[in-house]
Design a binder for this molecule. Structure first.
Ligand SMILES: Cc1cc2nc3c(=O)[nH]c(=O)nc-3n(C[C@H](O)[C@H](O)[C@H](O)COP(=O)(O)O)c2cc1C
Length: 264
């Protein structure tokens, strides 16, 4: 079994590791130009953005080719998953393949503009992550065919509309929709930055350069808002305009080195 994953703060990496199999980081595959994968079972594990699939992953999935008997996807999310399964299903059909199984796992919500990480971490136990994980693991082991989409659609029109409302946000770049063009509208780097370079190593799209001469980091405009840079900054120097607090989050089952190895 192969699992392709993307992660910013470790939730999706934790789930990918727990599901087992050979782990392949999507940013690494993307940087190497590898888009075709073969195995008996193949899975995709990723964080949900704006009720759907992050734009970065949409681009990857449109190019991907999967040669397998069983294709599954698990998304990690914090509060409300919209109709992510419908989004994923539509992308896959357009790209010429289809998922046998799509499910979600509720975890800490790392979206700092809306959520206070201290409260999120304090309430993490209520989400019973291991229970959700165990059930999904059994489903995948038994090659269960099931699409969360069906459930979402049964639940009614609201979820369907939510997925439609979120679609332009995640299909284009979410950052531009929320903050407009220009990185300065969005991220601020404080003087406590030591140019250690961790932000640039955890950025999946190589958006950050360390300028040792100027004693600063330089941000370009490829950002799709995964928030890896600000959650992993050891001096807490990177901040989103309008964030609710300065607290940060990293999944406790994942080491910084693993995030760097996944995204560098
Ligand atoms: C830009 C952005 C948008 C997000 N949108 C949603 C959302 O619409 N609904 C939700 O429940 N969680 C949302 N989240 C939370 C993440 O999906 C969640 O914390 C995920 O588990 C993070 O995974 P990771 O640690 O592997 O990066 C969002 C996070 C980010 C950074």
């Amino acid at each position: 079994m192969k699992i392709l994953y993307f992660t910013a703060t470790g939730n999706s990496l934790y789930i990918a590791k727990a599901l087992g199999g050979e782990l392949l980081s999507i940013p690494q595959m993307d940087k190497k130009g590898i888009y075709e994968f073969s195995d008996d079972k193949i899975g995709i594990v990723f964080p949900l953005h704006a009720w759907g699939v992050p734009s970065y992953l949409v681009d990857f999935l449109k190019k991907a080719k999967f040669n397998c008997r069983y294709l599954f996807a698990v998304t990690t999310y914090g509060i409300y998953s919209g109709a992510v399964a419908k989004h994923l299903h539509d992308i896959s059909i357009d790209a010429g393949y289809s998922f046998d199984y799509i499910n979600r796992i509720k975890m800490v919500d790392n979206y700092v503009p809306t959520f206070d990480m201290k409260k999120e971490i304090a309430n993490e136990h209520k989400k019973e992550v291991s229970k959700q994980l165990q059930a999904i693991k059994l489903d995948i082991e038994s090659s269960k065919k099931w699409l969360l989409k069906e459930n979402m659609l049964q639940k009614g029109a609201f979820n369907y509309m939510a997925s439609r409302a979120g679609r332009p946000f995640n299909e284009k770049r979410l950052k531009v929709h929320v903050y407009g063009e220009g990185i300065d509208n969005y991220l601020q780097v404080e003087d406590s930055c030591t140019q250690c370079g961790i932000c640039s190593k955890v950025c999946p799209v190589d958006n950050i350069e360390v300028d040792h001469e100027k004693g600063k980091i330089k941000l370009s405009d490829k950002c799709f808002m995964c928030f890896a840079c600000l959650h992993h900054c050891p001096s807490n120097a990177i901040h989103v305009n309008g964030q609710v607090s300065r607290d940060r989050y990293i999944n406790s089952n994942v080491q910084l080195k693993e995030i760097v190895d996944s995204n560098i």
